[in-house]
Design a protein around this ligand. Sequence first.
Ligand code: NAP
Ligand code: G4F
Length: 343
Amino acid sequence: MKVAFITGITGQDGYYLTKLLLEKDYIVHGTIRRASLINTERIDPLISKYGNDRLYLHYSDLLDSSSLTNLLNKILPDEVYNLAAQSHVSVSFKNPIYTTQVGTLGSISLLEALRNTNKSIKFYQASSSEMYGGASKTKLNEKSPFDPKSPYAASKVFAHDVTKLYRESYDMFTVNGILFNHESPMRGETFVTRKITRAVGRIKLGIQEKVLLGNLDAFRDWGFAGDYVEGMWMMLQHHTPDDWVLATGESISVKEFAKAAFEAVNLNWKDYVEVSEKYFRPNEVEYLLGDYSKAEKEIGWKPKTSITELVNMMVESDLKLAKQEKVLIENNLLKPTWDNPKS
Ligand code: NAP
Ligand code: G4F
């Protein structure tokens, strides 16, 4: 049985990757952070199913390097997936030092812990299309230059470079997956796609009136997270370590995503979307479009889910959530809102 170690197991990708690995008979160890409220909601169904058997959780933090070393020495995994990050671009302008510490020191601490434990452990680094900066409309591949536009992106460039550096310097199996945006019903609610589909569900059921968004003209290459975690795993099964782009090869604007999501419930987005300065960023990544041909050729990966399927999947799931909320509202346990106060 193979053993995997995942940082960021409580996040969107953590959920899909853990599910995939458990279905492949792996033993999975993941790191969680202490919070005042328990935040394992996404993986709770997996804990119920595998928690006494093949899924183990450990308190840690990427900034606590000793905990990483201790855990790796004890667990001796075959594969390590570094998914942990302060992953919200807009928040990275507000908490730049923390975001940078986790993205840079956190990643190199994990690589050092691996180097000192066993150099043959395979390592996956969650690199990001944000590193490209989005100034040109060309299809971006593994050779395209980086031009980071946020503290988040700059820290991802460091982690990307150092992952490559450890591969070249110490002959370690370290790979970078340069993933373009990937979404799902598990996506954090303050990322734009989920913010929109949450609003669509609530507005359709009459428990929210409007949704406030920022730049509607940004373009993203949006895929389904479930497809992308399979690509992460495939990278670590390849005979040689390298860097690969995962994307869909199609890009649409925030406006087009909103239009499609509202249309899925027969509503017109123009009646419900308002633009607010609050959601504009000090610097914007305008256009991202990825070229996944290297991954297709070398590791046999390609996206399976179309943007229409993704929008419908997210809207359907958020309609179900809104129905549950409506029951709470009818019982005076929750209040209807004008905009989503948590966004
Ligand atoms: P996410 O939902 O925001 O999850 C981030 C995870 O990192 C959470 O489990 C979080 O734990 C954990 N984390 C945050 N700070 C940490 C710290 N200091 N120490 C340990 N764990 C920490 O992100 P995601 O969408 O799953 O993305 C996974 C990774 O891929 C991230 O590194 C992200 O930057 C990168 N990425 C994502 C995309 C995308 O479109 N989703 C694209 C490219 C790259 P808590 O639950 O305790 O907060
Ligand atoms: O959904 P977003 O916040 O995602 P963003 O900034 O592209 O970052 C995500 O994808 C990256 C991969 O390229 C990951 F590395 C990163 O961790 C994260 O998962 O914003 C998408 C676009 C932006 O241009 C933003 O300005 O949507 C625009 N937008 C417009 N209104 C909004 C909003 N973004 C958010 N979060 N909230 C809004 O109201």
